[in-house]
Design a protein around this ligand. Structure first.
Ligand SMILES: CC(C)(COP(=O)(O)OP(=O)(O)OC[C@H]1O[C@@H](n2cnc3c(N)ncnc32)[C@H](O)[C@@H]1OP(=O)(O)O)[C@@H](O)C(=O)NCCC(=O)NCCS
Length: 246
């Protein structure tokens, strides 16, 4: 059975540290208090491949059609690279200085026997302007943004997520996004600017963002090839904490 040491930082984040793994985590509020958001683990490869392979998820992640499947090899490469970044951020978090990004993103459901199960991902990361196809322009945006020092409120962040279909439609991701922004982004990253995007027709994702204070600022018509279809993309911007659901 896990026992947890609350770690209240001076700036009111509610990060805790697991007594079993030593890793930081955020616990979602009721009625989701058996859900935690932690750094990624290599043991998440297989469950993430299973979730991303479900059409209810894959179709909205742009992973339909030849060559787009999220394979075990892709997941291993992704999690290896991601974990190197999040491990470094966890060390920053333990220190006194500013934190350059959010290492907490993998969503886990705690079971009665003390184990937990990976059920999704909610990332608050520096924007990579994937909707900009002009490589020179995109490169300039990314380079400028990445050059900003930790804690700079001008940093453009991006929020992105997916959840196991078994847990869709319960309000979980709305609260996960809210928790990440209010308990990590605002207090620890000094987040002021957050971008996101969602395919037109992805009502669940649109609502998650709207309820968290995002509005559509542009719609790029038939912008992304997904399988044999060109999907339109809503670009969304966050209006700030006052615009979030209470
Ligand atoms: C998008 C996603 C993360 C939403 O997570 P969730 O926990 O089910 O969302 P919530 O339960 O917080 O619901 C948010 C809103 O979406 C609605 N919603 C959720 N799933 C829905 C669905 N399949 N169809 C229609 N509406 C849905 C809810 O009713 C709620 O809207 P409301 O407040 O107007 O009632 C989840 O459906 C998912 O993983 N989808 C596949 C991957 C994906 O789309 N990722 C985002 C890419 S931009």
């Amino acid at each position: 059975m896990n026992s947890f040491k609350p770690h209240l930082t001076p700036n009111m984040s509610t990060i805790q540290y697991s007594a079993t793994t030593g890793q930081p985590f955020l616990r979602l509020p009721a009625p989701f208090s058996n859900i935690i958001v932690t750094p990624p683990r290599m043991s998440d490869v297989e469950p993430s491949v299973a979730i991303m392979g479900d059409p209810a998820v894959a179709q909205w992640m742009g992973r339909m059609g030849p060559g787009s499947t999220y394979t075990t090899a892709r997941a291993e490469a992704w999690l290896t690279a991601l974990k190197a970044q999040t491990d470094a951020m966890v060390e920053e978090l333990r220190g006194a200085g500013p934190v350059s990004g959010c290492p907490l993103r993998h969503i886990r459901e705690e079971r009665a026997d003390g184990t937990d199960v990976f059920i999704g991902d909610v990332g608050l990361v520096r924007s990579s302007w994937t909707e900009v196809f002009d490589a020179e322009q995109r490169g300039r945006f990314v380079a400028e943004n990445n050059a900003r020092a930790a804690g700079d409120p001008e940093i453009a962040w991006h929020v992105g997520y997916y959840l196991a279909p078994s847990h869709h439609g319960r309000g979980l991701m709305t609260i996960a996004v809210k928790t990440l922004i209010t308990q990590f982004g605002i207090p620890l990253l000094k987040t002021k600017r957050i971008r996101s995007s969602t395919f037109q027709g992805n009502y669940g994702s649109l609502r998650v963002l709207q309820k968290n204070g995002f509005v559509i600022v542009d719609t790029l018509v038939e912008h992304v090839q997904v399988g044999d279809e060109k999907k339109s993309l809503h670009l969304m911007e966050w209006l700030g904490a006052d615009s979030m659901i209470p």
